[in-house]
Design a binder for this molecule. Structure first.
Ligand code: ADP
Length: 476
């Protein structure tokens, strides 16, 4: 089968979160199962630098509305996946993040930028395409390509089937009515059965409405988003489409995230040489100016600093958590307020709490390896990658029972299967209690080792997820 992956992020070149990781790893896993997958991604500066020789293979004309004529360039990623770079420099050859300008505000023409990406994905899946490669399925990801299933719906002739994977329902791609015309969508698309969402045009709603199937990145999240509490305004539509909605748990890149071979670590280790993990803790303490103590547990956080991740809850109880006693290291970037609050926290507790504001891949690996306990108190979590990394690194996670966290972490109360600590309500108290349980358990060396090993033994690559996607493609 021929599958077109349409994505706005592609690790390792362009990534702001889990979507980039998935787009960077899943295509290769699918190709191993015999799928002919190609990836359509905007030609951001990082892509043009990475693939300076990418050759022009098509110029999709007359895309409608105010959409320009871009150039499609072909390249081959190092893992053997063919890439289609959507080149239109006025839209994509810009500094910074795919979505935000240098001041941290959304680019004003995001509807046109990701409208073009969606429209070209649909063009490739339609009879209008001039390529000699036509996908059976256009696999879209999040609101950024959510318009592709709608375009496919309104295009004439033989068309590919479509699948929309929701990595995060919170981002819905809302734009005003005028963008309907600018994007070349028919007037008939305006309405509850089309792309309209309460007076706005929503890319995500368009995808949820028109895709032939919908997946989310964990079974738990697929259930939760059909409830009014967690459905972010889309629950009704999702319940309506429940037959076409399923959850497939993400894998992780188990080559990049393997403590036995990780180049970023001071000392590699494995389940059989767990004592070497302590060398990473000592080195992390030294690097971050924490007291060199082996007798108290080190709590670790790697996260976007946003309300979604529940890190305001951790802020509320940090003093009590440090008194357990414990040390804390936080790596993250996000809202200005949380960045400031965490930086202030580190100043207040020198030697006991260290905070690095920013995005730092190497440090993320060193924290996963050097911390004793990983903390991830998310309010909602479509899948979550960091808890899976921490399981693999023998750093049992403390998580809230939500979405993918609940699907991957089993509370230590289960003596046979437990691999971490799970709490229920999103309150600072509940988090503190879970941290108490974790730090107490850490003092029982033998029990702790068993907990670590169960997490490290968990199957974590992409093979299982890829198998489930292939099954879904075949059904489609
Ligand atoms: P989300 O996609 O919601 O941000 P995930 O846990 O699914 O959360 O994925 C986050 C990814 O981004 C992981 O690969 C994680 O290691 C990485 N990450 C997040 N914040 C940072 C940071 N400040 N520095 C380095 N890596 C980070």
């Amino acid at each position: 089968m021929k599958i077109l992956f349409a994505t706005s992020e592609l690790a390792p070149w362009v990534k702001t979160g889990g979507l980039g990781d998935v787009a960077g790893a899943l295509p290769a896993a699918l190709r191993k199962l015999g799928m002919d997958v190609r990836v359509l991604v905007p030609a951001y500066p990082e892509m043009l630098e990475g693939f300076p020789d990418a050759e022009e293979i098509a110029r999709p004309l007359e895309l409608g509305g105010l959409l320009p004529t871009p150039t499609l360039r072909q390249a081959l990623s190092p893992d053997g996946t063919p890439l289609l770079l959507l080149d239109y420099p006025p839209y994509f050859n810009r500094p910074g993040n795919p979505y935000l300008g240098p001041e941290g505000r959304d680019w004003l023409d995001n509807h046109l930028r990701f409208g073009l990406l969606s429209r070209v994905a649909a063009w490739l899946g339609s009879e209008a395409s001039t390529l000699d490669w036509q996908p059976d399925i256009v696999h879209c990801h999040d609101w950024q390509t959510g318009l592709a299933p709608a375009y496919l719906h309104y295009l004439p002739g033989r068309r590919a089937r479509s699948l929309l994977t929701v990595h995060n329902l919170a981002f819905q791609g809302l734009f005003d009515h005028a963008s309907l015309f600018e994007l070349g969508l028919p007037d008939a698309a305006w309405g509850i059965d089309g792309v309209e969402y309460y007076g706005y045009l929503s890319f995500l709603k368009a995808g949820l409405k028109h895709a032939n199937a919908i997946t989310t990145v964990s079974p738990g999240y697929a259930r939760e988003i059909q409830t009014d509490e967690e459905g972010m305004g889309m629950a009704g539509l999702l319940r309506h489409r429940t037959e076409q909605l399923s959850g497939i748990l993400n894998g992780i890149d188990d080559k990049a995230w393997n403590p036995a071979t990780d180049r970023h670590l001071h000392q590699t280790y494995s389940a059989r040489r767990l004592e070497d993990k302590a060398i990473n803790k000592a080195e992390l303490q030294r690097q971050l100016g924490l007291e060199q103590r082996r007798d108290i547990p080190l709590l670790g956080v790697v996260s976007r600093l946003t309300e979604q991740k529940g890190l305001d809850l951790l802020l509320e109880v940090t003093s009590q958590a440090l008194d357990l006693p414990a040390q804390l290291v936080v790596l993250g970037s996000g809202t200005h307020a949380l960045e400031q609050d965490y930086a202030a926290l580190a100043r207040k507790h020198p030697g006991q709490c260290a905070v690095a504001v920013g995005f730092d891949e190497a440090l993320a690996h060193r924290i996963e390896a050097g911390a004793d306990i990983f903390v991830m108190p998310s309010r909602f979590e479509p899948c979550g990658l960091n808890q899976m990394y921490s399981l693999r690194y023998g750093t049992p996670p403390v998580v809230r029972a939500t979405g993918g966290l609940a699907d991957t972490v089993i509370d230590a109360a289960d003596e046979k299967l437990g691999n971490g600590f799970v709490f229920g309500t999103a309150t600072a108290d509940a988090l503190l209690q879970a941290l108490q349980r974790a730090t107490t358990a850490w003092r029982d060396a033998k029990g702790w080792r068993a907990l670590q090993k169960r997490g490290m033994a968990r199957k974590s690559g992409w093979a299982e997820a890829a198998r489930q996607y292939v099954e879904l493609y075949q059904r489609l």
